[in-house]
Design a protein around this ligand. Sequence first.
Ligand SMILES: Cc1cc2nc3c(=O)[nH]c(=O)nc-3n(C[C@H](O)[C@H](O)[C@H](O)COP(=O)(O)OP(=O)(O)OC[C@H]3O[C@@H](n4cnc5c(N)ncnc54)[C@H](O)[C@@H]3O)c2cc1C
Length: 354
Amino acid sequence: MQVDYLIAGSGLAGSIFAYCAAEAGYTVKVVDPATATKASEVAAGIFNPVTGKRMVKSWMAEELLPHAKTFYKQLEAQLDLKVYFERDSLRLFKDETEAPLYQKRMDEFPDYHAFLGPVLSGQELPAGINNPAGGFTIKGSGWVDTSALLRGLKKWMLQKDLLVQDHINPDDCEVEANSVLWKNIRARKLVFCEGFTVDKNPYFQGIPWRHAKGEILTLEIPDLCTDYIINKGLFICPHANDTFKVGATYEWDDLDCEITAEGKEEILTRLDAFLDCDYKVINHEAAVRPIACDRAPIADLHHEHPAIGILNGFGSKGVLYAPYFSEQLIAHAEQGKEIEERATFKNHWRPDLV
Ligand SMILES: Cc1cc2nc3c(=O)[nH]c(=O)nc-3n(C[C@H](O)[C@H](O)[C@H](O)COP(=O)(O)OP(=O)(O)OC[C@H]3O[C@@H](n4cnc5c(N)ncnc54)[C@H](O)[C@@H]3O)c2cc1C
């Protein structure tokens, strides 16, 4: 069998890449063992243009946000899904010292005006949130229901017979300049979308990885009536069926997908510091975010083996990066278009590691 793209992995990276390539008219086959926990299934799916302690605008926010909106809306229409939700965020101030930083952003950086909304005092916060210092709102944020998205894309792949339940061992691939042979499939390109297990792949040993495990809870909070995605060192994201996703932890050393009592306690301790209502924990999950050292995604062809590609390193931004960088990689592979410099192989490759 011959295809244009053989894709290893069916998380956000592999599934969205497959969809984009098929939409562009190329033939694809997606391979996934369907046995490992995917970060994409565990993710809260939040996208947010202004993040972190320093309230910094996300890299390429102006390009990625509208691109993601167009992509998910089109996908919703074509696959008859509802996965894309626009929701303002409410970033709570840690204490009174943070309000001046918000004001500085407003006064000195006009490009933040599209994203920063008004300040809310402690009394104006939604019932159930106790934070005397108040907070400020962020426009342009929201969340993607990644579980529903992956289910929808899996159904689409099964209907079109694009999915193979297996694992691609790189050692089993015959790699030539213009094609790759794996089992009975010859592909013009083999694109590895392996998530955090990429660090075992011999083709990518020159990339320094810095993956991070994350634990996340799903809570029922009946008395918290809000549409905001609330953030104060952790997020509370209104989710499906009147539940909230709450998290997440960052653990850099023990990279497995096991839930821990410590992870749960860390989340609930931080939550109890500002949530003033009862809740019930209904789910607890863990997975590993794939991160490359400088935290930029990587979407490129291998510098020595151009029939091999990689789409990875999405960190905490999988829902924004997957559509944009899938399209960049396809345009690069097919028309030689340049990839965003930070996402190139060259930017990530450290020859001394090989
Ligand atoms: C707790 C937590 C919260 C998060 N919250 C958010 C959030 O709010 N917003 C956001 O945008 N992102 C979030 N993320 C990050 C997001 O989940 C990731 O960036 C994204 O899901 C990575 O997708 P991926 O396809 O690269 O990897 P994965 O989803 O892990 O998928 C990789 C797949 O490849 C398969 N595979 C691996 N090797 C092979 C092989 N050789 N052959 C075949 N198949 C293979 C694996 O079995 C797996 O199914 C969060 C992550 C975590 C852990």
